[in-house]
Design a protein around this ligand. Structure first.
Ligand code: ZN
Length: 350
């Protein structure tokens, strides 16, 4: 059943912006007087009417019974992460209502839907690639496996994120934390999805180094997974350590990049000149995305104004999709190159 705090919030009289009276039909639910009384009654039976604060006050939103939105001060401590997002929080919900909240406007709506659409994008892209792109490059079974691993990791990363943003408002802190851990695991899986096809095709002609880098990357990702088991891993005190860990795992990719440039004849080589901007482009997108994530810009400068749209986490979500798509295209480039150009002689010695 509901916790005490939940009961208090639902039954409390200081229910500032939930209107339950039937006369809302005249004043708010429909601005003109055309709505019928029975319609209004039906509506009131199944929904609450929420007025959004700040600049969103003119967006009337219908919220299913049992879900309401809270201010930053009203939510439990474990949900307090960004004081510049002042309103629009879901909280104290059982799983069923968390799922139902997919269809309401809260400060997590854009976060949930952006990565749900991201998942659909990479799912569709996977089917399209398997059906028409890979057959056109005369791909082997090995290519299909590696390519699928990359896209599958992207899809998994998107789904973990959707899960976290949907269920973070769960009434149980433990459940909320578990989803948060899964979200972090999803980021590692996403990074793995960049590394596997990237290393595989960049070192296509250097079997030894390909194995070295793939094993190292896998070991690093596993180490991050194991670090997550530590009870303090998700705590605020360990936030910097978490960031440092993710930055090192992502930044490690610069080592095989430099090595690859050297193996392929330096910056004068055509292949290096075509592929390196693609690698650096990905790092640039990742860096900008991470800066938004940690700095909480722009809502830091407009507290309470970007609760529903335009906050840093939403920019981070969109940039992660852009980055994955960018890298997917880069992998397609290097794969096509490897299939159309035979490996040079130095492969004999490695
Ligand atoms: Zn997120």
């Amino acid at each position: 059943m509901y916790s005490n705090s939940y009961k208090k919030c639902v039954n409390g009289s200081n229910y500032a912006y939930t209107k339950l009276k039937a006369d809302d039909c005249d004043t708010a639910v429909t601005p003109n007087r055309s709505c019928s009384f029975t319609m209004a009654q039906k509506l009131m039976k199944s929904a609450h009417y929420i007025e959004l604060g700040g600049r969103y006050q003119y967006w009337p939103v219908l919220v299913p019974r049992g879900i309401r939105l809270y201010t930053y001060e009203q939510i439990p401590v474990f949900l307090r992460d960004n004081p510049y997002i002042t309103d629009g929080y879901r909280a104290y919900l059982p799983s069923r209502l968390c799922i139902k909240s997919l269809f309401i406007l809260s400060n997590e709506t854009v976060n949930i839907w952006s990565h749900l659409l991201g998942f659909l994008l990479f799912f569709t892209l996977g089917i399209y690639d398997m059906a028409s792109v890979l057959p056109a490059t005369r791909a082997s079974r090995e290519d299909y496996v590696i390519y699928s691993i990359g896209l599958f990791c992207f899809q998994l990363c998107m789904l973990c994120s959707v899960g976290y943003h949907l269920f973070c408002c769960h009434r149980s802190e433990k459940t909320s934390r578990r989803w948060m851990a899964l979200d972090y695991a999803g980021i590692s899986i996403g990074i793995l999805g960049c590394y596997v096809p990237g290393v595989f095709y960049a070192f296509y002609c250097n079997n030894y180094w390909r194995q070295v880098y793939l094993v190292t990357v896998l070991a690093m990702i596993l180490a991050v997974f194991f670090a997550q088991i530590h009870p303090h891993y998700l705590s605020k005190q360990w936030q910097r350590l978490r960031f440092a860990l993710f930055c090192s795992v992502a930044g490690y990719g610069l080592i095989p990049t430099v090595h690859w440039v050297w193996l392929n004849g330096g910056f004068s080589s055509d292949l290096v000149q075509s592929f390196i901007p693609r690698v650096l482009g990905m790092y640039a997108i990742a860096a900008v995305a991470f800066l938004f994530y940690v700095s909480k810009v722009p809502e830091r400068y407009f507290p309470g104004q970007l609760n529903y749209l335009g906050s840093s986490h939403q920019v981070w979500h969109v940039l992660v999709i852009v980055m994955f798509y960018w890298w997917h295209q880069a992998v397609l480039f290097i794969l096509t190159h490897r299939h159309s150009h035979p490996c040079p002689d130095y492969t004999v010695h490695t």
